[in-house]
Design a protein around this ligand. Structure first.
Ligand code: MN
Length: 394
């Protein structure tokens, strides 16, 4: 069997840099995702250091578990040698194809490995995160975990302590299996059923990787997003076949055409010209109509509550003929801080003819909240008792 790869990493729509790192090594059949953390680009250093150490260790014949342990040591050493990198760490989910068609997955942190088999998606790895531990302990439901404010707090990472426990998951691969490795920038933004739908509908691994990243960005792109897709194909399938080089050996199709074939081709060309003469105006009219709808659909703005925040969108609510609205700005204003009347007002999207007008509306909402907060603060002070006058000087 053979793995066909699709992959993409993207910084998302909120973060300034990309602290995620991925490894695609087709020669060693080694693939990994690392999600770094730590201020001032330290996260980037952590994930890169870990990936480089992993690759070097596997290239030296080290097992995937020991290679991840060595990656832990490499990150620790690096941060010990530089004050600015103190406290940096990274997740690591790494997969390598072993003999007999077994995929060995080694895992630390909250990046994930999924398996799609027979049209069903299942998560292979367990997150080492606070909320996952609370779910396992019965303190939270999985639904509560998805929106928990501390859902990105992880309980195990590389670069934090000298000893790290690496979870290992061997997966016996079947032809047609699809493996997804991803950082929490995907799993935290896109619902599992939507991830499953994209992986099931898009057969091309690269296009599927692009669609997953697009979906995470569409949902807000609040974190760096990294996706690696491995499709398991039989060695003799067309996707796996490497075409042999054939020098000077022309096939029948490539033989020079006879006079009769050339005449037929010319007549065919005449037909193509005639078809083009009426197809072109039809296509032009359709393109103009489509463009006009797009211009209309994308010219306006609306404000709506999305993911519990007041959000400015470009486009029309619900989209128009495939022109979907996009997030222009996710404001810090929480839906919970709005009055009920304002929340009702935003129901279904409040439309504006320009970005300035939408922004002015958001400013007014913000001002109202501040005014209300100031008013309640005043009420509190006026109801407190007046302190007794200071004692007269002796
Ligand atoms: Mn992340």
């Amino acid at each position: 069997m053979k793995l066909v790869v699709g992959e993409r990493t993207d910084k998302g729509r909120v973060r300034e840099g990309n602290e995620d790192e991925r490894l695609i090594d087709r020669r060693m059949d080694l693939y990994a995702v690392a999600d770094g953390m730590g201020g001032h680009q330290a996260g980037e250093v952590a994930s890169q250091t870990a990936i480089e150490a992993l690759r070097a260790a596997v290239a030296n014949g080290t097992s995937i578990r020991d290679a991840i342990t060595q990656a832990n040591e490499a990150v620790l050493e690096r941060s010990a040698g530089d004050e600015r990198l103190r406290g940096m760490g990274t997740t690591m989910t790494a997969a390598t194809l072993a003999a007999g068609g077994t995929l060995l997955i080694g895992h630390v942190g909250d990046s994930r490995a999924y398996l799609v088999r027979d049209g069903e998606l299942r998560q292979v790895t367990e997150d080492h995160s606070l909320v996952e531990e609370m779910v396992r302990g019965g303190e939270l439901t999985p639904e509560q975990a998805e929106v928990h404010p501390q859902r990105s707090v992880i309980t195990r990472a590389l670069g934090i302590e000298p000893a790290v426990e690496v979870d290992m998951y061997p997966v016996e691969l079947h032809d047609g299996d699809r493996i997804l490795l991803c950082s929490d920038g995907l799993s935290g933004m896109v619902r599992t059923e939507d991830i499953a739908a994209i992986l099931q509908r898009e057969p091309d691994p690269q296009k599927a990787a692009n669609k997953l990243v697009d979906a995470a960005n569409k949902a807000g792109g609040e974190d760096n997003i990294t996706v690696v897709i491995l499709d398991v194909v039989a060695d003799d399938s067309p996707a796996a076949a490497v075409l042999p080089e054939r020098d000077g050996d022309r096939t029948a199709e490539e033989a020079p055409p006879s006079r009769r074939q050339r005449r037929r081709r010319l007549r065919g060309a005449g037909r193509i010209v005639r078809i083009a003469l009426w197809v072109i105006p039809v296509v032009l009219v359709l393109a103009l109509a489509f463009g006009a709808v797009g211009w209309y659909a994308r010219r306006t703005y609306f404000v709506e509550v999305d993911r519990a925040r007041v959000t400015v969108f470009k486009g029309v609510p619900g989209g128009l003929l495939g022109w979907d609205p996009t997030v222009e700005e996710r404001t810090p204003i929480k839906a919970a801080d709005l009055t009920e009347a304002d929340r009702n007002d935003l129901e279904g999207g409040k439309r504006f003819s320009s970005r300035e007008k939408a922004d002015a509306f958001v400013d007014r909402l913000d001002q109202k909240i501040e005014d209300r907060e100031a008013a309640s603060a005043t009420t509190t002070t006026t109801t407190t008792t007046v302190p007794p006058p200071p004692p007269p000087p002796a």
